[in-house]
Write a protein that binds this ligand. Structure first.
Ligand SMILES: Cc1ncc(C[n+]2csc(CCOP(=O)(O)OP(=O)(O)O)c2C)c(N)n1
Ligand SMILES: [Mg+2]
Length: 203
């Protein structure tokens, strides 16, 4: 583990951000996690300091667990950058474009392989992202070229307010319960809405 942060530390951080958002101290969207702390800590047991962590719009836990100091993450969120947090020093990069980060993660993994590096890439994505065409291609390419990358599918069953399984008329998602060596899947139930923290805040 890179940090000594506990499940409660993660929850406390998101709770503080939720309060700050609801009090209109953050004048930009925030996408909060909850209910996935154990799963996230388990995923991070296999992440080392020299590895790259690639994220979407929802990345507070990854930044904290990759070793970015809490105050630094909070400062960036307060500055309105929660949606695409990037901390190159700690090797965390994010994109707020659905699927945007996935080919970038594959590119980093390809560069590591070509330069003979011993580190890896860990690419986090939501359930809807995981069902897209480009993700299929990225997983296929990474598998066939045995790139040093792992994809983590975080299933909250939703794409914003839409049920992912209903959209695709697919009761079981593509990566649900997978044993693929490069894909990790977990399901969680969040208490937060897709974005924000439950209070309508006008920017
Ligand atoms: C190209 C693009 N289209 C639409 C959006 C708006 N959008 C942001 S998050 C999201 C839902 C993605 O769902 P999922 O991959 O399951 O991630 P979750 O937010 O549930 O973690 C959408 C449609 C976007 N950011 N980028
Ligand atoms: Mg989702």
């Amino acid at each position: 583990m890179i940090t000594q942060l506990t499940k409660q530390d993660l929850i406390d951080f998101e709770t503080e951000i939720a309060d700050l958002f609801n009090q209109a101290h953050i004048r930009a969207p925030v996408h909060l996690y909850s209910g996935n702390e154990d799963a996230m800590l388990a995923v991070f047991r296999d992440i080392r300091e020299e590895d790259w962590v690639c994220c979407s719009w929802r990345s507070h836990y990854q930044c904290l667990l990759k070793g970015v100091p809490c105050e630094e993450v909070k400062k960036e969120i307060l500055a309105g950058r929660s949606i695409s947090l990037c901390f190159p020093q700690q090797r965390v990069v994010s994109s707020a474009i659905v699927t945007g980060i996935v080919p970038i993660a594959v590119g980093i993994a390809l560069a590591i392989k070509r330069t003979g590096g011993g580190n890896r890439v860990h690419c986090f994505m939501g359930d809807m992202t995981s069902e897209t065409g480009i993700v299929h291609e990225c997983i296929k390419y990474s598998t066939n070229h045995d790139l040093p990358i792992r994809f983590i599918v975080e299933d909250n069953e939703k794409s914003v307010c839409t049920e992912t399984r209903q959209v695709w008329n697919q009761p079981v998602l593509t990566h649900e319960g997978t044993k693929h060596p490069k894909v990790v899947y977990y399901k969680y139930a969040t208490k937060y809405p897709h974005a924000g923290a439950g209070v309508r805040v006008q920017f």
